[in-house]
Design a protein around this ligand. Structure first.
Ligand SMILES: [Zn+2]
Ligand SMILES: [Zn+2]
Length: 221
């Protein structure tokens, strides 16, 4: 997959107030006012002409909006950012559902509510639950679900998931029947910088996909 930079992308937001375009973004609009369509697609109605007004918003604004939702849920529930992000990813950034579910079952998202583990986290060496080899504890990553994985297995697992495309955002722990979503922070710790860059792009597109009011616009530059 080519190395797409998120920075080069822009997003469109349906303008609820119908105030029209941001004045300084008119040039971008001009480029897409008349989409080029193949003849056999003449029945296709481009969204830009469907009567909605759009604002072009930058990648930074989309990131800020995502962070606002994360902070809001964090404040209401008093939980760690990692835990909140995983829950939001799982529920497609539907913050009301995340808050409702969490308040209804207060132990459900509690990080202390670890799954049964027969392993002692303080031991000098651990068995990787994927390759079943013994590793010194420095070589082992303990996922929040208390599953132990060696760095190599975890790296290959996550790196393969990221190369598999946008669905990598919903990657769960590789241990059978464990549905723990791997948080962005944990992914950052395990994979290479390039892989993480790609993951970040997919994470942003996932958020945009989850938000009904924001559409991705492949505007150049
Ligand atoms: Zn392993
Ligand atoms: Zn797990």
């Amino acid at each position: 997959m080519e190395d797409n930079e998120v920075n080069d992308e822009e997003f469109m937001e349906i303008d609820d107030d119908c105030n029209g375009w941001d004045e300084d973004e008119d040039d971008d609009y001009e480029q897409f006012k008349e989409p080029i369509l193949a003849n056999h697609e003449s029945n296709y109605t481009p969204k830009l002409t469907s009567g909605f007004q759009y604002n072009i918003i930058s990648e930074g604004e989309v990131v800020a909006r995502r962070q606002n939702i994360i902070n809001e849920v964090k404040d209401v529930l008093g939980l760690e950012e990692d835990v909140v992000q995983k829950a939001l990813i799982q529920h497609r950034f539907d913050k009301d559902t995340v808050i409702h579910n969490s308040l209804e079952s207060s132990t459900k998202m509690d990080t202390d509510d670890a799954k049964d583990s027969i392993f002692d986290p303080d031991a000098e060496s651990h068995l990787c639950l994927v390759c079943f080899c013994e590793y010194p504890k420095e070589e082992i990553i303990i996922a929040p679900c208390q599953h132990f994985l060696c760095k190599t297995c975890f790296y290959y697992y996550l790196s393969t998931a990221i190369k598999g495309g946008p669905q990598c955002v919903r990657t769960v722990c590789p241990i059978t029947k464990c549905n723990e979503i791997i948080s962005p922070n944990l992914i950052k710790k395990v994979v290479t910088q390039d892989d993480y860059k790609m993951y970040k792009k997919f994470y942003l597109l996932y958020f945009v996909d989850c938000c009904k009011a924001i559409k991705w616009c492949p505007a150049p530059g």
